[in-house]
Each structure stands twice: as structure tokens, then as C-alpha cells.
Design a binder for this molecule. Structure first.
Ligand code: NAD
Length: 257
């Protein structure tokens, strides 16, 4: 066993959703820094996705930008097909696209509930379907879904029943798909971050809560996006070859308290 090579992603092709910002953007770059070529997907129209691609190219790897919405199944199939045409056989997928917002449960509109569920759960499902259809043909692959510690605990003070339920759904959906595809060479795992410093936490209703998040976290701070790279590289690489159906909490100890 060549232990340092366990984390080497040279020659692999990765596909990352939500790659135009935050955790997805940093993981896309991290996979490239470990040797992978990366297809970067996002629905945003600002420079986020182009920034990710240029950072990856700066790291000496190939990257493509794909503008698509994870809630559109046909678009996800097309995105994976384009990835394979332009970069090669898909081996790694990280599904980070997601949204968060809040409202008391008794007041939440059907539209607010449904829009979030469509992106955070159905979007992850469509992403996994498209990715697995390619990986099943190759007989191998690693899928990593970005869930949340909110799928494990209820964040004190945050009225986000739909978000919490969507993330519990992502964790259990990942385990279910891991079992469906275990004999096809595909591993499916999830990462559940704790509070992480990204644009998601700078939306207006969250800004004043940052200090409280830090105080509630045993490590007394939020994670940086850099701290999501190691867990993602681990689950994407041969270092985790016997891990499937795992939810890896990366929460600074939050769920222990
Ligand atoms: P972010 O807002 O910085 O990035 C999310 C990206 O997903 C954005 O670029 C956005 O355009 C994209 N996206 C949203 N809906 C999409 C859609 N329908 N189709 C395609 N792309 C879409 O947020 P982030 O903090 O990096 O969050 C990434 C993931 O991590 C999310 O699933 C989030 O729930 C999860 N998470 C975040 C935290 C945190 O504290 N930031 C904690 C736990 C889990």
C-alpha cells in the first residue's frame, strides 16, 4: 500500500454542483489541487462559476463551466454527458447546490417549503441519478452529497423546518442510494458541515447570528470552506474505499453538545 497516494486524484474526472460559491467552489478547487479535472455546475449568472474555472486552470487542471439548474432532470443528464465528452469518464461527484432560508413553521407558505425541497432534495436526487447512470456504465464511482448538521440536530433559534427536514432527507437518501448501488462499484456518502463561513450565512436574517453560531460551537468558531476540502478528498479518493453510506459530520464538535 502506497499510503500518500491514497488521496491522489490524478487522472480522475469530477463533477461538482453548486460550484459557483462557498463550499462547492472550494471543494471543486480542492479536488483539482489533488489532480482531478473538474466540471463545475451552478445556476448563478454572476462571475462565480467563471472564477472557479479560472482558479482550477490556475492549479494546472482542466475545468468546464456548466450553467444549469439541479431541479431540471434533463439538464442534469445533459451536464453529465457534456462532462464525459469534454473531460472523460466521470469518477467523482460532489453535490453541494442548496439554499437556506427561514420562517416560523406555522406561517411558512407552500411555495417557500416547495422551492427549498425541490432544490435541496429533488435536486440532489436528480444529480445522483444522472451521475450514477454514468458511473454504473464504468462500474465505479464516488458520490458525495453535502447535507448538514441540521439533518442531525435542530439549530437552536433557527425557524427552518423545511431546511432541517431536507438535510435529514439528503443523509438518508444517500444511505439508501449507497445500498442500491453497492454492487455496482459506486460509493455514496454525505458530509454534514456545521456552521461554515460562506455567502449562505451572510444573507440578511443570518448576519446578526454569526456571533451566536460561534458561541454555540464547541470549537468557538465557524468552519472555513478550506476545512471541507479534506473530508471531501477523503470520501472521493481511494482513502475511503471501504466507506459507503457514511454521514461525515464536520461540525467543530457541535453535535456532541
Ligand atoms: P452558497 O450559497 O455559497 O453556495 C451554494 C451554491 O449553490 C450557489 O452558488 C448557488 O447558486 C447554487 N445553487 C443553488 N440552487 C441551485 C440550483 N437549483 N441549481 C444549481 N445551483 C444552485 O452556500 P454554501 O454555504 O456553500 O452551501 C453549500 C451546501 O452546503 C448547501 O447544500 C448547504 O445547505 C450546505 N451547508 C452549508 C452550511 C453553511 O454553514 N454554509 C452548513 C451546512 C450545510
Amino acid at each position: 500500500l502506497n499510503a500518500p497516494k491514497l488521496f491522489d486524484l490524478s487522472g480522475r474526472v469530477a463533477f461538482v454542483t453548486g460550484a459557483g460559491s462557498g463550499i462547492g467552489q472550494r471543494i471543486a478547487l480542492g479536488l483539482a489541487q489533488c489532480g482531478a479535472d473538474v466540471a463545475c455546475l451552478d445556476r448563478r449568472t454572476d462571475s462565480g462559476l467563471a472564477d472557479t474555472v479560472s482558479m482550477i486552470e490556475g492549479a494546472g487542471r482542466k475545468a468546464i463551466a456548466i450553467s444549469a439548474d439541479v431541479t431540471n432532470r434533463a439538464s442534469m443528464d445533459e451536464a453529465v454527458a457534456r462532462t464525459e465528452n469534454e473531460l472523460g469518464a466521470l469518477g467523482i461527484a460532489v453535490n453541494s447546490a442548496g439554499i437556506a432560508n427561514a420562517n416560523p413553521a406555522e406561517e411558512m407558505s407552500e411555495e417557500q417549503y416547495q422551492t427549498l425541497m425541490d432544490i435541496n432534495m429533488k435536486g440532489v436526487f436528480f444529480s445522483c441519478q444522472a451521475e450514477a447512470n454514468a458511473m454504473i456504465r464504468h462500474g465505479k464511482g464516488a458520490i458525495i452529497n453535502i447535507a448538514s448538521m441540521s439533518g442531525v440536530i435542530v439549530n437552536r433559534g433557527l425557524t427552518q423546518v423545511h431546511y432541517n427536514a431536507s438535510k435529514a432527507g439528503v443523509i438518508h437518501m444517500s444511505k439508501s442510494m449507497a445500498m442500491e448501488w453497492v454492487d455496482r462499484g459506486i460509493r455514496v456518502n454525505s458530509i454534514s458541515p456545521g456552521y461554515t463561513a460562506t455567502p449562505m450565512n451572510t444573507r440578511p436574517e443570518m448576519v446578526h447570528q454569526t456571533k451566536e453560531f460561534e458561541a454555540q460551537t464547541p470549537m468557538q468558531r465557524m468552519a472555513t470552506v478550506d476545512e471541507m476540502v479534506g473530508p471531501a478528498v477523503f470520501l472521493a479518493s481511494d482513502a475511503s474505499s471501504f466507506c459507503t453510506g457514511v454521514d461525515l459530520l464536520v461540525d467543530g464538535g457541535f453535535c456532541c453538545w
